[in-house]
Design a protein around this ligand. Structure first.
Ligand SMILES: Cc1cc2nc3c(=O)[nH]c(=O)nc-3n(C[C@H](O)[C@H](O)[C@H](O)COP(=O)(O)OP(=O)(O)OC[C@H]3O[C@@H](n4cnc5c(N)ncnc54)[C@H](O)[C@@H]3O)c2cc1C
Length: 383
């Protein structure tokens, strides 16, 4: 049995991704974090490097590749130390898969290559001001009507907390097309230029500063019926399967956040002297570092194991929910301890761990909260 999840192809992807991040992101990322945005020009650069296309079919402008190539890209992107940048640059990976899997051929050909080239931005819009966890009870409505001799969906409602919300070009929107409950939800692609659509300005947040997170408004917003993704009223199933890869991504992001925090704390503990010895010589600190390293390693291995099972075609709702909780718990604890080890310096904006600590907090909320993961696990356990 192979002991590594990564082969030579993955190593090449890692090399490309690492070089891209070192040249195009790391030198500028602190400024982008402070500014609360990063240049749109980064998308086509990542597209040209073939990084946005990882995991997508070549016929649609993708570069192919398996789940572990995607993991490599996310890990290297996270190395820049900005979860917000990774979330926004990567928002295509939550918005686009339903288009690829369930969109009509014409819709796919029109939209997917543009997004993978970085010329257009894709976002996923599920959460509403009235609630995000209870997806089955969402309220945004899409009514099928004849408008000027053409069949269209007319959407009314609002979404909130949408990553890339302020500047995306295409929104994969969950809306109610049928009866109450999960059986009445559909996914519909809404282009920014659709009449009746508008987005708010970026919301101010605790972390993920470089990411734009915004509200969306649908006021008799009209889109052609051809923009339906999958069958009408079957959107909940599509959303549920889409969540699997989103949760894997969030687990990978949490693992990298923990690893970066551990590395920073370890470096500091070797350098900083108190009471005549480096911090790393004090037993409480060295044991804390040992615990941190253990948690990062264990969580990463479990995430990789889940990824391998997904790559093999297994549906693992329970385990991927567990992996997200394990990784985000680890990340909360490790970033907290890293700030503690750096002392006052850990609280300063100039320290990477200060940002990692803030960025960590969203990971157990976005893509399904810790509590919702536990609900899924409990149900799968037959409870
Ligand atoms: C920075 C950021 C980016 C985001 N990006 C996106 C995006 O791109 N697209 C998108 O659609 N959404 C996005 N979200 C929204 C995110 O997915 C939701 O915030 C999340 O799903 C929780 O929904 P909520 O905030 O409405 O909390 P609520 O659903 O109101 O829940 C509030 C609290 O109650 C708990 N809770 C709820 N129900 C139960 C229960 N049955 N048992 C126990 N506890 C429960 C929850 O776990 C949570 O702790 C983003 C959020 C943030 C902050």
């Amino acid at each position: 049995m192979p002991l590594s999840y990564f082969n030579e192809t993955h190593a090449m992807v890692r090399e490309t991704a690492r070089r891209f991040v070192a040249q195009e992101i790391t030198p500028y990322v602190d400024g982008w974090e402070e500014a609360g945005r990063f240049p749109r020009a980064l998308y086509p650069k990542a597209g040209e490097a073939g990084l946005l296309g990882i995991g997508y079919p070549e016929g649609l402008g993708g570069t192919g590749g398996d789940i572990f190539q995607k993991i490599v890209w996310i890990e290297e992107l996270m190395r820049a130390g900005s979860g917000g940048l990774a979330a926004s640059l990567g928002s295509l990976d939550i918005g686009l898969p339903p288009v690829v899997r369930f969109g009509s051929e014409a819709l796919k050909q029109r939209i997917v290559p543009e997004v993978l080239a970085g010329r257009k931005i894709s976002a996923l819009a599920i959460t509403e001001p009235g609630g995000g966890s209870d997806v089955a009870n969402l309220r945004t409505r899409a009514e099928r009507k004849m408008v000027e001799g053409r069949e269209a969906y007319v959407l009314n409602g609002a979404k909130t907390f949408i990553t890339s919300g302020a500047r995306a070009d295409y929104y994969t929107v969950a809306a109610r097309t049928g009866a109450a409950g999960y059986g009445g939800v559909s996914l519909i692609l809404v282009p920014r230029e659709a009449p009746g659509f508008s987005s708010g300005t970026p919301l101010r947040k605790m972390g993920w500063w470089a990411s734009d997170t915004a509200e969306l408004f649908f006021d008799d917003c009209m889109v052609p019926v051809e923009n339906l993704l999958g069958a009408e009223n079957d959107g909940f199933r599509v959303i549920t399967s889409n969540f699997q890869s989103e949760r894997l991504t969030l687990a990978v992001m949490a693992n990298m956040t923990g690893e970066l925090a551990f590395n920073a704390a370890q470096d500091y503990a070797r350098e900083r002297k108190t009471f005549g010895a480096p911090l790393s010589a004090h037993q409480t600190i060295r044991h804390k570092l040992a615990d941190m390293a253990t948690r990062v390693e264990a969580s990463r291995e479990f995430t990789y194991r889940c990824a391998a099972r997904m790559e093999a075609g297994e549906t693992i709702f329970k385990e991927i929910s567990m992996a997200k909780n394990v990784a985000t718990d680890m990340c909360d604890k490790v970033t907290y301890d890293a700030v503690q080890i750096l002392g006052g310096m850990g609280y300063m904006r100039e320290s990477l761990v200060e940002r990692l600590y803030r960025d960590a907090r969203i990971l157990s909320i976005g893509g399904g909260t810790r509590e919702i993961m536990n609900e899924i696990i409990a149900k799968q356990l037959g409870l």
